[in-house]
Design a binder for this molecule. Structure first.
Ligand code: NDP
Length: 334
């Protein structure tokens, strides 16, 4: 059983030394258990938080333990009444090639309905994050302007496409011309802007002549600085992620933004609301139903970036935090 364990906690940007590849015997399932062979591992930005001992909404991975993560697995051996060998399941088995499960938290997948990797992306946690965060907190209305960054990734791409399904304009921000072309031409956003451009703030102003009604916050940093002056009265800001600062160590660059932020929260009646997707669990059945339909009808599209081999997961994960992925990042384990 190949595992990628957390060897040490990073300071700033993670490095390959923070991970270690170890081999352990393939475990044997006891009564009521299943042996899973991991087919695909999802790599997600939240994993940076699990590498750190800082207090957060979830406990950190312990040193020497396999990194945590969502997985698509095949049941190899079942001593559980609800599962049989050959079943494909969504599990949370982490960065390893085999795992035991007692069935808790598993979801059977139907490979006929959609490619099983989508259970880690558009039809899984990231897609659900976009759906619940945008519809519950953002509440897009026809004619409104929605802005989202990391727009070629699974959360951002889905936010923009749902916004358009609800009749809003979607403006995506992404790193580089190739990602911007995908966002505009494939995902159908009204415009896509490159956050590396020195004229980002002006480009965004030009793309949002009526201001911004919803800013779905995925990144923070200089994207936030460009968005903030354009927010309309009663704008809603679902705060989903701040990937631009996950690797930062010192104080943030530039002036203290808090007084100006608080002034506009007051004078523009802004709603800024953070969320962790699992608080919206009750909406999962509606999400699976609607999203599966939208995908089948071609109204929501997705892009996956599949890396071969569990041993390449550390490098791929480090790249994810810097935008080296092109679409939903998934590792093909076996
Ligand atoms: P992505 O696949 O989009 O990967 C992250 C992307 O962030 C990179 O590809 C990169 O894209 C972008 N990025 C990195 N650094 C910067 C920067 N300095 N400025 C601008 N963009 C940057 O990830 P996901 O779609 O999986 O996740 C998107 C966000 O949603 C993350 O913040 C994540 O933590 C959050 N999230 C929150 C959840 C919740 O429950 N609250 C659940 C799931 C995800 P580019 O090259 O375009 O810059």
């Amino acid at each position: 059983n190949l595992q990628v364990v957390l060897a040490s906690r990073p300071t700033g940007r993670p490095s390959p030394d923070n991970f270690e590849l170890v081999r352990t015997p393939v475990p044997t399932p006891g009564e009521g258990q299943l042996l899973l062979k991991i087919r695909y591992l999802s790599l997600d930005p939240y994993m940076r938080g699990r590498m750190s001992a800082a207090k957060s909404y979830a406990a950190p991975v312990e040193i020497g333990q396999p990194m945590e993560g969502g997985t698509v697995a095949e049941v190899i051996e079942s001593r559980h009444p609800d599962y049989a060998a050959g079943d494909i399941v969504l599990s949370h088995s982490g960065w390893q090639s085999y795992a035991l499960s007692d069935g808790a938290g598993l979801r059977k997948l139907d490979p006929e309905q959609a490619p099983v990797t989508t259970a880690l992306g558009v039809l899984g946690m990231p897609g659900f994050t976009a759906y619940a965060g945008l519809l519950t907190i953002g509440q897009p209305k026809p004619g409104e302007t929605v802005v989202v960054a990391a727009a070629s990734g699974p959360v951002g791409a889905t936010v923009g496409q749902i916004a358009r399904l609800k009749g809003a304009r979607a403006i995506g921000i992404a790193g580089g011309p190739e990602k911007c072309a995908l966002v505009r031409d494939e995902f159908g956003f009204d415009a896509a802007l490159d956050h590396r451009s020195p004229t980002l703030a002006e480009d965004l102003r030009a793309a949002c002549p009526n201001g911004i009604d919803i800013y779905f916050e995925n990144v923070g940093g200089k994207v936030w600085d460009a968005v903030f002056p354009l927010l309309n009265t009663f704008a809603r800001i679902p705060v989903c992620g701040l990937v631009a600062q996950y690797n930062s160590t010192g104080p943030f660059e530039g002036p203290d933004r808090l007084p100006v932020l608080m002034r506009d929260v007051l004078t523009k009646s802004l709603t800024i609301r953070g969320f962790i997707q699992r608080e919206f669990q009750a909406q999962r059945p509606a999400f699976y139903r609607e999203m599966a339909e939208w995908i089948a009808e071609g109204r929501v599209k997705y892009k996956e970036d599949i890396v071969d081999g569990l041993e390449h997961a550390p490098e791929a994960f480090i790249g994810l935090l810097e935008g080296r992925n092109f679409g939903k990042l998934v590792v093909r384990v076996a």
